[in-house]
Design a protein around this ligand. Structure first.
Ligand SMILES: [Zn+2]
Length: 81
């Protein structure tokens, strides 16, 4: 991914996070497994685990993220079937 694309993604992400904060959404901070950058995500609902692939806004790497109500677990790389 090109540098300017990552800059755009970072800007969009930061606007998205600021919007959620304004609406009072509970956010969890975590470090990305690829480069240690800090990102935020909304906490999952009680009893729910949200498991998805995410693009790092700092280096463009893909990683896997599992979010619960209180924790965020990440794994570098994507499993290939
Ligand atoms: Zn990264």
């Amino acid at each position: 991914m090109r540098g300017h694309q990552l800059r755009d993604i970072r800007k969009l992400f930061q606007a998205h996070v600021a919007g959620m904060r304004t609406r009072g959404v509970e956010l969890l901070s975590y470090q990305t497994p690829c480069c240690g950058g800090v990102m935020q995500t909304p906490a999952a609902r009680e009893g729910e685990v949200r498991s998805i692939c995410v693009t790092c806004i700092y280096c463009g790497s893909l990683f896997h993220r599992a979010t619960t109500t209180t924790t965020v677990n990440t794994n570098e790389g994507i499993d290939h079937e």
